[in-house]
Design a protein around this ligand. Structure first.
Ligand code: AMP
Length: 370
């Protein structure tokens, strides 16, 4: 029997194709370069954070089939730092080259309804939810789930975009209209019960083509203005809960057959863990691993995608990651004055409000541990 190509490691010197040109692609490209790989970035954005550090870049829309096909012919494997790309583009690439993770994983992660159905189907709890595709269905769903609740677009939402909170006096017609543009573009909406969580945590798991897996410690995430502000590692939660969170992420990756990374965000409630959403790629809440773990999330991502053995995710330092949003990055010199602060800037020229410009990891080495 010929060896399964999925199990054959891609040797250094090969080219990794990355779909998406943002900071996740940039940091993945830097990790890939360290291991001797070349990266070819595909993005509609000129001179984005990833293209600046990549060996090659294609500047084209995700729907440009000719450009997609040409890109696929030039690379040895394709992966994503951004998952909202059309099915047809993924199919075209998969005809030429291994695509990791595969389309069925992206398809679930692109759509909150599929995502929640998937979690529930493997016995992972979520907030109570209903699919809503009209104002009439929204009224019924609110009557069933109760207020407060959150109405979200099923697709294309991020950093709190495409979400409306429904409180006691919210007019449902107005809430529906507020999501209108997102709904027209992306299909249905989903109504979720509002969860009075104790905290938010996330786990990132890496899974190789051979099914081997490794998970990073769960982290505690705090959001500001709907954007991740800090991730604290380790999350200050009991060991049993941390183990349960890692188990959820692992089971999800296993059931989906992820090859690469899967980040799962969860709410910690009085009744245990509820899964909120997932992303099949490196994740902002994993940036702390760059300075606090034996193998960071970007190297682990490259290893998984290239069919290499996974590295140890062990945490050698505790860490607090803070995102530098908009003008926060102007503090770069103050940050560098702290000798235990590790500064990462993404090379974005313009510091718009809400734009992720970089992050800083503040590190406490775990010296003297048993
Ligand atoms: P999401 O885009 O689903 O990750 O939501 C962004 C943030 O909004 C989450 O990290 C939570 O802080 C908050 N959020 C989302 N859904 C809910 C919910 N059902 N109940 C309470 N807070 C929520």
């Amino acid at each position: 029997m010929s060896p399964n190509p999925d199990f054959r490691p891609l040797p250094p010197g090969s080219t990794i194709g990355i779909i998406g040109g943002g900071q996740l692609g940039r940091m993945a490209a830097l990790a890939a370069a360290r291991l001797g790989y070349l990266v070819h970035v595909y993005s509609p954005e000129k001179d984005g954070p990833a293209s600046q550090v990549a060996a090659a870049a294609t500047l084209a829309e995700y729907t440009d089939e000719a450009a997609i096909e040409d890109f696929a012919r030039k690379v040895d494997v394709v992966t994503f730092e951004f998952e909202n790309i059309p099915a047809e583009s993924v199919r075209l690439m998969a005809a030429h080259v291994p695509v990791r993770p595969c389309w069925s994983v992206l398809e679930v992660a692109q759509d909150r309804i599929r995502e929640k159905s998937f979690f529930n189907s493997i016995g992972v709890k979520t907030a109570p939810w209903r699919e809503v595709s009209s104002l009439k269905e929204l009224r019924t769903a609110v009557a069933e789930i109760g207020r407060p609740a959150v109405l979200k677009t099923a697709r294309q939402g991020y950093d709190g975009k495409g979400q409306v909170k429904i409180v006691a006096d919210t007019d449902l017609a107005e809430a529906w209209a507020a999501l209108g543009a997102g709904l027209t573009a992306g299909g249905n909406g989903v109504l979720e019960g509002f969860i009075n969580f104790r905290s938010e945590i996330s786990v990132i798991v890496a899974r190789g083509a051979d099914g081997a897996w490794q998970a990073f410690d769960p982290v505690w995430n705090v959001h500001r203005d709907h954007i991740l502000d800090t991730s604290t590692a380790p999350a200050p939660i009991p060991a049993a809960l941390a183990g349960a969170a890692m188990d959820i992420a692992h089971r999800a990756a296993e059931e989906l057959g992820v090859v690469g990374l899967l980040a799962v965000e969860m709410f910690v409630t009085d009744d245990g863990l509820l899964a909120n959403e997932m992303a099949p790629r490196p994740h902002n809440s994993g940036h702390w691993t760059m300075d606090a773990c034996v193998t960071d999330q970007f190297e682990q991502f490259v290893r998984a995608v290239c069919g290499l053995p996974l590295g140890s995710p062990e945490r050698h330092s505790d860490a607090v990651m803070k995102n530098l949003i908009g003008n926060d990055a102007a503090q770069w010199l103050d940050i560098l004055n702290d000798p235990c602060a590790k500064l990462h800037l993404y090379g974005k020229a313009e510091a718009r409000p809400g734009r992720k410009m970089g992050h800083v990891n503040r590190i406490t080495p775990r010296t003297g541990r048993p």
